[in-house]
Design a protein around this ligand. Structure first.
Ligand code: G4P
Length: 190
């Protein structure tokens, strides 16, 4: 997505070889027009795949996921990050490790908002190691539903997430794919 690449180059800031700051339009201040455009791209790619619900993970996935759900006219569900397991039979949980933040959380979903018949599209802001997506897979498959596709705003292609998820057969559509980051260096996959 050309406009997204442009914004990443103009406003993004590579902190180091691993982390890109995009606080001015995605992670802190949110450009809702850009998010709407992003939703248009995801809709175009996923609209004929029988998706019934969009899942995202709090918090930065919410804006692009909401715009996609609005345009696809299907519900959006926000998976919560709880600090610890809860004793509640109405929710399912799985532990996710974030390498970027070096911490664990309990990815949490109410069973009320998913059924066996659902075909889920996961939309998230970043793909790094794929741990969050693998957590969503565990929850969705635990219910007997299907993770049908994964839409990512910014993929860090030099990290292993895409490869791990592709090997599992997932259809991953990323709007910007970054091949290299370094202090003041941002390069894209061709
Ligand atoms: P993974 O799911 O692909 O394994 O990613 P990882 O756990 O490593 O990433 C954890 C968090 O860090 C996620 O945010 C993710 O969006 C964010 N993140 C990963 N790489 C980058 C990066 O280069 N730049 C920025 N700005 N964020 C990155 P989160 O914990 O879900 O928090 P939130 O921002 O959505 O609230």
């Amino acid at each position: 997505m050309e406009e997204l690449r442009k914004r990443i180059l103009e406003e993004g800031h590579a902190l180091n070889k691993d982390v890109l700051k995009v606080d001015s339009f995605l992670n802190h201040k949110v450009d809702t027009k850009l998010m709407y455009e992003i939703g248009t791209y995801f809709k175009r790619y996923f609209e004929n795949k029988g998706i019934t619900k969009i899942f995202t993970i709090e918090s930065s996935g919410i804006a692009p996921a909401a715009m996609t759900a609005l345009q696809m006219n299907i519900p959006m569900v926000i998976l919560k990050k709880q600090p610890s397991k809860v004793l509640n039979l109405d929710v399912c949980q799985t532990t996710v490790h974030s390498f970027t933040k070096n911490s664990d959380y309990e990815l949490t979903l109410s069973k009320k908002y998913i059924s066996e018949a659902d075909k889920i599209l996961l939309i998230d802001d970043f793909l790094a190691n794929g741990e969050a997506a693998l957590g969503v897979e565990r929850l969705v498959e635990g219910i007997g539903a299907k993770l049908e596709g994964i839409g990512i705003v910014i993929e860090k292609s030099f990290q292993p997430g895409r490869k791990i998820l592709e090997e599992k057969g997932y259809d991953i559509y990323s709007l910007a794919r970054i091949s290299k980051l370094d202090k003041d260096v941002i390069e894209f996959v061709d």
